[in-house]
Design a protein around this ligand. Structure first.
Ligand code: C5P
Length: 296
Protein backbone atom coordinates (compact mmCIF):
# COMPACT_ATOMS: atom_id res chain seq x y z
CA UNK A 1 0.00 0.00 0.00
CA UNK A 2 1.20 3.50 -0.81
CA UNK A 3 0.00 6.64 0.95
CA UNK A 4 0.76 10.10 -0.38
CA UNK A 5 -0.07 13.70 0.31
CA UNK A 6 -0.73 15.89 -2.73
CA UNK A 7 -0.31 19.55 -1.83
CA UNK A 8 -2.23 22.58 -3.09
CA UNK A 9 -0.63 25.61 -4.76
CA UNK A 10 -1.11 29.32 -5.10
CA UNK A 11 0.08 31.37 -8.05
CA UNK A 12 2.27 34.07 -6.51
CA UNK A 13 2.13 35.92 -9.82
CA UNK A 14 0.61 35.07 -13.20
CA UNK A 15 1.05 36.93 -16.48
CA UNK A 16 -0.80 35.98 -19.65
CA UNK A 17 1.52 36.80 -22.55
CA UNK A 18 -0.98 36.17 -25.35
CA UNK A 19 -3.30 33.71 -27.03
CA UNK A 20 -1.70 30.93 -29.06
CA UNK A 21 -2.89 29.44 -32.35
CA UNK A 22 -3.79 26.19 -30.50
CA UNK A 23 -6.31 28.07 -28.33
CA UNK A 24 -4.20 27.93 -25.16
CA UNK A 25 -2.64 31.02 -23.63
CA UNK A 26 1.07 31.57 -23.22
CA UNK A 27 1.82 32.07 -19.52
CA UNK A 28 4.57 33.11 -17.15
CA UNK A 29 3.63 32.22 -13.58
CA UNK A 30 5.36 31.52 -10.28
CA UNK A 31 3.73 28.72 -8.32
CA UNK A 32 4.16 27.81 -4.68
CA UNK A 33 2.93 24.70 -2.87
CA UNK A 34 1.25 25.21 0.52
CA UNK A 35 0.37 23.13 3.60
CA UNK A 36 -3.08 22.09 2.41
CA UNK A 37 -3.35 18.64 0.88
CA UNK A 38 -5.39 15.78 -0.50
CA UNK A 39 -4.55 12.26 0.60
CA UNK A 40 -4.14 9.36 -1.83
CA UNK A 41 -4.02 5.69 -0.80
CA UNK A 42 -3.07 3.20 -3.50
CA UNK A 43 -3.38 -0.59 -3.19
CA UNK A 44 -3.06 -3.46 -5.65
CA UNK A 45 -6.40 -4.43 -7.21
CA UNK A 46 -7.79 -6.45 -10.10
CA UNK A 47 -8.82 -3.39 -12.12
CA UNK A 48 -8.26 0.33 -11.83
CA UNK A 49 -10.88 1.84 -9.52
CA UNK A 50 -11.41 5.04 -7.56
CA UNK A 51 -13.28 5.78 -4.37
CA UNK A 52 -13.41 9.34 -3.25
CA UNK A 53 -14.51 11.36 -0.29
CA UNK A 54 -16.68 13.22 -1.17
CA UNK A 55 -18.10 10.53 -3.46
CA UNK A 56 -19.51 12.93 -6.07
CA UNK A 57 -15.96 13.30 -7.42
CA UNK A 58 -15.82 9.62 -8.42
CA UNK A 59 -16.00 9.00 -12.14
CA UNK A 60 -13.96 8.62 -15.28
CA UNK A 61 -13.20 12.33 -15.54
CA UNK A 62 -11.41 12.40 -12.17
CA UNK A 63 -7.75 13.28 -12.79
CA UNK A 64 -6.48 10.60 -10.38
CA UNK A 65 -8.28 7.89 -12.34
CA UNK A 66 -7.27 9.39 -15.68
CA UNK A 67 -3.65 9.45 -14.48
CA UNK A 68 -3.92 5.75 -13.64
CA UNK A 69 -5.28 4.83 -17.07
CA UNK A 70 -2.63 6.92 -18.81
CA UNK A 71 0.26 5.33 -16.90
CA UNK A 72 -1.16 1.85 -17.42
CA UNK A 73 -1.46 2.34 -21.18
CA UNK A 74 1.91 4.07 -21.54
CA UNK A 75 3.78 1.20 -19.86
CA UNK A 76 1.57 -1.75 -20.84
CA UNK A 77 0.68 -2.55 -17.22
CA UNK A 78 -1.73 -5.43 -16.68
CA UNK A 79 -2.20 -4.95 -12.94
CA UNK A 80 -4.90 -2.72 -11.53
CA UNK A 81 -5.07 -0.58 -8.41
CA UNK A 82 -7.57 0.68 -5.89
CA UNK A 83 -7.20 4.43 -5.60
CA UNK A 84 -8.70 6.11 -2.56
CA UNK A 85 -8.80 9.91 -2.62
CA UNK A 86 -9.64 12.03 0.43
CA UNK A 87 -10.09 15.65 -0.54
CA UNK A 88 -8.68 18.32 1.73
CA UNK A 89 -8.23 20.90 -1.03
CA UNK A 90 -11.43 22.69 -2.02
CA UNK A 91 -12.58 21.42 -5.43
CA UNK A 92 -12.23 23.63 -8.54
CA UNK A 93 -11.01 26.52 -6.43
CA UNK A 94 -7.83 27.61 -8.24
CA UNK A 95 -5.63 25.86 -5.68
CA UNK A 96 -4.70 23.04 -8.07
CA UNK A 97 -6.29 20.14 -6.18
CA UNK A 98 -7.26 18.07 -9.23
CA UNK A 99 -3.85 18.58 -10.81
CA UNK A 100 -2.08 17.65 -7.58
CA UNK A 101 -4.14 14.42 -7.45
CA UNK A 102 -3.16 13.64 -11.05
CA UNK A 103 0.55 14.11 -10.33
CA UNK A 104 0.32 12.24 -7.02
CA UNK A 105 -1.36 9.26 -8.69
CA UNK A 106 1.33 9.10 -11.40
CA UNK A 107 4.07 9.09 -8.75
CA UNK A 108 2.28 6.62 -6.47
CA UNK A 109 1.18 4.12 -9.10
CA UNK A 110 4.63 4.14 -10.72
CA UNK A 111 5.93 2.95 -7.34
CA UNK A 112 3.10 0.51 -6.68
CA UNK A 113 3.68 -1.10 -10.08
CA UNK A 114 7.46 -1.18 -9.64
CA UNK A 115 8.19 1.24 -12.48
CA UNK A 116 11.43 3.12 -11.97
CA UNK A 117 10.28 6.45 -13.41
CA UNK A 118 11.73 9.86 -12.63
CA UNK A 119 10.19 13.26 -13.28
CA UNK A 120 11.49 13.31 -16.84
CA UNK A 121 9.57 10.12 -17.61
CA UNK A 122 6.35 11.20 -15.87
CA UNK A 123 6.40 14.76 -17.24
CA UNK A 124 4.89 13.98 -20.70
CA UNK A 125 2.05 12.03 -19.06
CA UNK A 126 1.45 14.84 -16.55
CA UNK A 127 1.31 17.32 -19.42
CA UNK A 128 -1.42 15.30 -21.14
CA UNK A 129 -3.54 15.40 -17.98
CA UNK A 130 -3.54 19.21 -17.76
CA UNK A 131 -1.40 22.32 -18.00
CA UNK A 132 -0.92 22.57 -14.22
CA UNK A 133 -0.12 18.90 -13.54
CA UNK A 134 3.67 18.86 -14.32
CA UNK A 135 4.35 21.52 -11.67
CA UNK A 136 3.16 19.12 -8.95
CA UNK A 137 5.89 16.62 -9.89
CA UNK A 138 8.28 19.33 -8.62
CA UNK A 139 6.33 21.30 -6.03
CA UNK A 140 7.97 23.96 -3.89
CA UNK A 141 8.57 27.22 -5.71
CA UNK A 142 8.78 27.13 -9.52
CA UNK A 143 8.41 29.19 -12.66
CA UNK A 144 5.93 27.73 -15.16
CA UNK A 145 5.90 28.85 -18.78
CA UNK A 146 4.32 27.82 -22.06
CA UNK A 147 0.76 26.75 -21.29
CA UNK A 148 2.03 26.05 -17.76
CA UNK A 149 3.88 22.81 -18.46
CA UNK A 150 7.44 24.15 -18.82
CA UNK A 151 8.82 24.07 -15.26
CA UNK A 152 11.93 25.75 -13.88
CA UNK A 153 12.38 24.96 -10.17
CA UNK A 154 13.40 27.92 -8.01
CA UNK A 155 15.14 27.91 -4.65
CA UNK A 156 12.63 27.44 -1.82
CA UNK A 157 11.09 30.84 -1.11
CA UNK A 158 11.43 32.37 2.35
CA UNK A 159 8.70 30.89 4.53
CA UNK A 160 5.63 32.57 3.08
CA UNK A 161 2.32 32.92 4.89
CA UNK A 162 -1.02 33.34 3.19
CA UNK A 163 -4.59 34.02 4.20
CA UNK A 164 -6.71 32.22 1.62
CA UNK A 165 -10.42 32.71 1.04
CA UNK A 166 -12.28 30.17 -1.10
CA UNK A 167 -15.51 31.99 -1.93
CA UNK A 168 -18.45 29.61 -1.48
CA UNK A 169 -19.82 30.23 -4.95
CA UNK A 170 -20.97 27.86 -7.67
CA UNK A 171 -18.16 27.07 -10.07
CA UNK A 172 -19.02 25.93 -13.63
CA UNK A 173 -17.26 22.69 -14.67
CA UNK A 174 -15.42 24.45 -17.52
CA UNK A 175 -14.34 27.30 -15.26
CA UNK A 176 -10.72 27.52 -16.45
CA UNK A 177 -11.67 27.64 -20.13
CA UNK A 178 -14.35 30.24 -19.40
CA UNK A 179 -11.97 32.50 -17.52
CA UNK A 180 -9.25 32.23 -20.18
CA UNK A 181 -11.82 32.91 -22.93
CA UNK A 182 -12.57 36.27 -21.32
CA UNK A 183 -8.97 37.48 -21.19
CA UNK A 184 -8.78 40.82 -22.95
CA UNK A 185 -5.65 40.91 -25.18
CA UNK A 186 -5.07 44.46 -23.89
CA UNK A 187 -4.43 42.99 -20.43
CA UNK A 188 -1.65 40.71 -21.69
CA UNK A 189 1.90 41.66 -20.75
CA UNK A 190 5.46 40.69 -21.66
CA UNK A 191 6.39 38.56 -18.65
CA UNK A 192 8.85 41.11 -17.22
CA UNK A 193 7.06 41.29 -13.85
CA UNK A 194 7.32 37.52 -13.39
CA UNK A 195 10.96 37.58 -14.59
CA UNK A 196 11.76 40.21 -11.95
CA UNK A 197 10.03 38.13 -9.28
CA UNK A 198 12.09 35.11 -10.38
CA UNK A 199 15.31 37.17 -10.12
CA UNK A 200 14.39 38.17 -6.56
CA UNK A 201 13.53 34.62 -5.51
CA UNK A 202 16.82 33.35 -7.01
CA UNK A 203 18.68 35.92 -4.89
CA UNK A 204 16.84 34.64 -1.81
CA UNK A 205 14.83 37.87 -1.43
CA UNK A 206 11.17 37.76 -0.40
CA UNK A 207 8.63 38.49 -3.16
CA UNK A 208 8.07 42.25 -3.52
CA UNK A 209 4.33 43.04 -3.22
CA UNK A 210 4.28 45.04 -6.48
CA UNK A 211 5.47 41.96 -8.41
CA UNK A 212 2.46 39.83 -7.43
CA UNK A 213 -0.80 39.95 -9.40
CA UNK A 214 -2.71 37.83 -11.87
CA UNK A 215 -3.79 38.79 -15.41
CA UNK A 216 -6.82 36.49 -15.04
CA UNK A 217 -8.29 38.60 -12.25
CA UNK A 218 -10.55 40.75 -14.42
CA UNK A 219 -11.80 37.82 -16.46
CA UNK A 220 -12.48 35.88 -13.24
CA UNK A 221 -14.53 38.80 -11.89
CA UNK A 222 -16.76 38.55 -14.99
CA UNK A 223 -17.23 34.79 -14.51
CA UNK A 224 -17.69 35.12 -10.73
CA UNK A 225 -19.46 38.44 -10.06
CA UNK A 226 -19.47 37.72 -6.30
CA UNK A 227 -15.66 37.67 -6.22
CA UNK A 228 -15.35 41.41 -5.64
CA UNK A 229 -17.28 41.18 -2.35
CA UNK A 230 -14.79 38.64 -0.99
CA UNK A 231 -11.84 40.75 -2.17
CA UNK A 232 -13.29 43.72 -0.30
CA UNK A 233 -13.85 41.56 2.80
CA UNK A 234 -10.15 40.60 2.81
CA UNK A 235 -9.12 44.25 2.45
CA UNK A 236 -11.49 45.30 5.26
CA UNK A 237 -9.97 42.52 7.39
CA UNK A 238 -6.61 44.25 7.07
CA UNK A 239 -4.98 42.53 4.06
CA UNK A 240 -2.83 45.04 2.21
CA UNK A 241 -3.31 43.42 -1.21
CA UNK A 242 -5.48 40.58 -2.49
CA UNK A 243 -4.68 38.28 -5.42
CA UNK A 244 -6.44 35.60 -7.41
CA UNK A 245 -4.92 32.10 -7.45
CA UNK A 246 -4.95 30.51 -10.91
CA UNK A 247 -8.30 30.96 -12.62
CA UNK A 248 -9.92 31.39 -9.21
CA UNK A 249 -12.15 31.77 -7.44
CA UNK A 250 -9.69 31.47 -4.49
CA UNK A 251 -8.22 34.74 -3.29
CA UNK A 252 -5.12 35.13 -1.17
CA UNK A 253 -3.26 37.79 0.75
CA UNK A 254 0.40 37.48 1.57
CA UNK A 255 0.94 38.22 5.28
CA UNK A 256 4.15 38.72 7.24
CA UNK A 257 3.61 35.69 9.49
CA UNK A 258 1.08 33.85 11.67
CA UNK A 259 0.39 36.86 13.91
CA UNK A 260 -0.73 39.10 11.05
CA UNK A 261 -2.46 36.08 9.53
CA UNK A 262 -4.59 35.50 12.64
CA UNK A 263 -5.55 39.19 12.72
CA UNK A 264 -6.77 39.02 9.13
CA UNK A 265 -8.65 35.77 9.90
CA UNK A 266 -10.35 37.47 12.85
CA UNK A 267 -11.28 40.39 10.63
CA UNK A 268 -12.82 37.95 8.17
CA UNK A 269 -14.62 36.10 10.96
CA UNK A 270 -16.25 39.37 12.05
CA UNK A 271 -17.70 39.60 8.53
CA UNK A 272 -18.81 35.94 8.55
CA UNK A 273 -16.27 35.04 5.88
CA UNK A 274 -14.23 31.85 6.30
CA UNK A 275 -10.51 31.96 5.66
CA UNK A 276 -7.48 29.67 6.02
CA UNK A 277 -4.00 30.50 7.23
CA UNK A 278 -1.50 28.57 5.10
CA UNK A 279 2.25 28.55 4.70
CA UNK A 280 4.59 27.54 1.91
CA UNK A 281 6.00 24.00 1.79
CA UNK A 282 8.96 22.85 -0.31
CA UNK A 283 7.29 19.80 -1.85
CA UNK A 284 4.28 18.86 -4.02
CA UNK A 285 3.85 15.10 -3.66
CA UNK A 286 4.99 13.53 -0.39
CA UNK A 287 5.05 9.79 0.14
CA UNK A 288 4.23 8.73 3.69
CA UNK A 289 4.79 4.98 3.41
CA UNK A 290 8.50 4.72 3.83
CA UNK A 291 9.75 4.26 0.28
CA UNK A 292 11.62 7.52 0.64
CA UNK A 293 10.77 10.98 -0.59
CA UNK A 294 9.68 11.86 -4.10
CA UNK A 295 11.69 12.38 -6.22
CA UNK A 296 13.92 9.39 -5.37
O1 C5P B 1 -4.80 22.36 -19.51
P1 C5P B 1 -6.12 22.42 -18.85
O2 C5P B 1 -6.98 21.23 -19.12
O3 C5P B 1 -6.05 22.73 -17.40
O4 C5P B 1 -6.86 23.67 -19.48
C1 C5P B 1 -8.24 23.88 -19.41
C2 C5P B 1 -8.63 24.98 -20.38
O5 C5P B 1 -8.11 26.23 -19.93
C3 C5P B 1 -8.05 24.81 -21.78
O6 C5P B 1 -8.89 24.03 -22.58
C4 C5P B 1 -7.98 26.24 -22.27
O7 C5P B 1 -9.24 26.67 -22.72
C5 C5P B 1 -7.66 27.02 -21.01
N1 C5P B 1 -6.21 27.29 -20.87
C6 C5P B 1 -5.63 28.27 -21.65
N2 C5P B 1 -4.31 28.52 -21.52
C7 C5P B 1 -3.54 27.83 -20.64
C8 C5P B 1 -4.11 26.83 -19.82
C9 C5P B 1 -5.47 26.59 -19.95
O8 C5P B 1 -6.29 28.92 -22.46
N3 C5P B 1 -2.24 28.12 -20.53
Amino acid sequence: MIRLRAHAKVNLALEVLGRRPDGFHELATVLQTVDLHDRLTLEPGPTLSLTCSPSDLEGEQNLALRAGHLLREAYGIREGARIRLEKGIPVASGLGGGSADGAGTLVGLARLWGLDLDRGALHPLAERLGSDVPFFLYGGTALAEGRGERITPLPPAHPLWFVVVVPPIRVPPDKTARVFARVDPRHCSDGSRVRELVRRLRRGDPPAPELLGNTLEEAAREVFPALEGYRQALLRAGASAVHLSGAGPSLFALVSGPEEGWEVLEGLHRQNVAGMLLHSVPEGVVEETGQGPWPP
